[in-house]
Design a protein around this ligand. Structure first.
Ligand code: EPU
Length: 431
């Protein structure tokens, strides 16, 4: 298994191109199942999760082709993929595939909407919490599907097609909103989703579905109305920039000091996190080419944050912000309200010398100037990148193992940081 070696203490200066968003790319790819025409997705990130989803969709019968390199194209430029689900050959998504990536469970909705049936393995547990799918199943039932659980599989049926209905989510759910939206586009009649997730990735999916001919109003607000149509067509859509990758590198610069332009990044997609970053002492400016982050050599101010659904502080940036706070000039409180077990990074950060104490859903972080490199282990995607942030400011060498977690969601991490002056390299399994 690959590892990443980092020697801390260097400021970051330069440019980092921001990739297409993983959490927008995945539902967009799944939406290709809704039509027998080609869906072209531009700016698709090169990530392990994207490749894995292509394999899963391939099992359903989706043909995928990826454009080759174009003249003058940058090595990290997004890919263009063409997905075609002309014939769906299998409405089952097996355990071996779904258990590797939770988001693949979402294929349930387009398969059910287009084929009238789907059999999808329950995704099972995950490192950051129990993550049930009850709201997603409730949404499908509200659209007229019958749901049975059989030997670890969800068996969903709607032989006469889905019917429009009212879906009121008891709690904001991104995945629930994605599946409700996809299923309702092909349902008979109109659907109203209330307490819908307002995340920008939901808006990106709704925009793509609209280009495919769906009739959707209100995406980005907590009430979404969908008027079902008989069929959807192909479309071409560019994946939005990754707001979590943006926030991650912004926090890395706030940690090390320096001046970095995050190319293609949009500050409006993560305003709450940027407001908190400014309070820590970093300077953030939106420029035409992207988002500029500057930090002089001054102290990092401690700032309290609480994770919330969008537009609040994102849970997917909680670990990274904690990484930054390990070096703050004082005590900060970081409260996680979305997932019950998203603090696995705490023990690993402690190995680098961080002082963190957990009280229920809150981590109390006492900053220290004495972070010191150590061998650490990646436990999940966002947790592992918080270790990278801390390592960039720690004295000496840190080796992060189980890097496959990072590869799920960060494209060319070591190249992007290395180009800005960080001492970072990938050690391949043999080394
Ligand atoms: N929930 C339920 N029942 C459900 C669905 C959700 O109780 O049926 C709960 C969850 O357990 C959680 C809360 O509702 O406590 C919110 O979960 P949500 O459904 O919004 O999460 P998700 O759709 O499974 C997506 C992202 C996550 C991100 C969350 C929250 C993708 C592929 N995943 O997950 O991203 O943390 O929304 O914003 O979009 C990551 O990228 O590292 C990641 C984990």
């Amino acid at each position: 298994m690959d590892r990443i070696r980092i020697v801390g203490g260097r400021p970051l200066n330069g440019r980092i191109p921001i990739s297409g968003a993983k959490n927008a790319a995945l539902p967009l790819m799944i939406a290709s199942l809704l039509t027998d025409r080609t869906l072209t997705l531009e700016n698709l990130p090169r990530l392990a999760d994207v490749n894995q989803l292509m394999r899963i969709l391939g099992n359903q019968g989706v043909d995928t082709s990826i454009d080759g390199k174009r003249k003058g194209e940058h090595e990290v430029a997004g890919q263009t993929a063409h997905l075609n689900a002309r014939v769906i050959v299998d409405t089952t998504a097996p355990y071996e595939l779904v258990s590797r990536m939770r988001a693949s469970f979402w294929v349930l909705a387009p398969l059910l909407a287009r084929m009238g049936e789907a059999k999808v393995s329950l995704p099972g547990g995950c490192a950051i919490g129990t993550r049930p799918v009850d709201f997603l199943l409730m949404a499908m039932e509200k659209l007229g599907a019958s749901i049975d659980i059989d030997a670890g599989y969800v068996v969903a049926k709607a032989p006469k097609g889905l019917q429009g209905g009212e879906i009121d989510f008891p709690k904001v759910t991104v995945g629930g909103t994605h599946v409700a939206l996809m299923a309702a586009t092909l349902a008979n009649g109109s659907t109203l989703i209330t307490n819908a997730a307002r995340e920008p990735e939901v808006v990106d999916l709704a925009e793509c579905l609209s280009k495919m001919g769906a009739r959707i109003k209100g995406a980005g607000t907590s009430e979404i109305e969908i008027e079902g149509v008989a069929r959807l067509s192909g479309a071409s859509h560019s994946v939005m920039p990754d707001r979590i990758e943006t926030g991650t590198y912004a926090m890395a610069v706030a940690m090390t000091g320096g001046d970095v332009l995050l190319e293609g990044a949009r500050g409006d997609l993560l305003q709450a996190a940027l407001d908190d970053l400014v309070k820590t002492g970093a300077e953030v400016t939106q420029e035409e080419a992207g988002l500029r982050i500057r930090k002089n050599g001054g102290p990092i101010q401690p700032v309290d944050v609480t994770t919330q659904p969008y537009p609040g502080f994102p849970t997917d940036l909680q670990a990274q912000f904690m990484g930054l706070m390990t070096r703050a000039d004082g005590v900060s409180r970081i409260r996680e309200t979305i997932f019950e077990n998203r603090f696995m990074h705490v023990q690993e950060l402690a190995r680098l010398g961080a002082h963190i104490h957990l009280e229920g859903d809150t981590a109390i972080v006492t900053g220290t100037q004495k972070l010191k490199g150590a061998p650490v282990m990646a436990t999940d995607l966002r947790a592992s990148v918080s270790l990278v942030i801390a390592a960039l400011a720690a004295q000496g060498e840190t080796v992060v193992s189980r890097v496959y977690h990072l590869d799920r969601g960060f494209e060319h991490l070591e190249k992007k940081l290395g180009a800005c002056g960080a001492e970072v390299e990938r050690l391949s399994a043999a080394e």
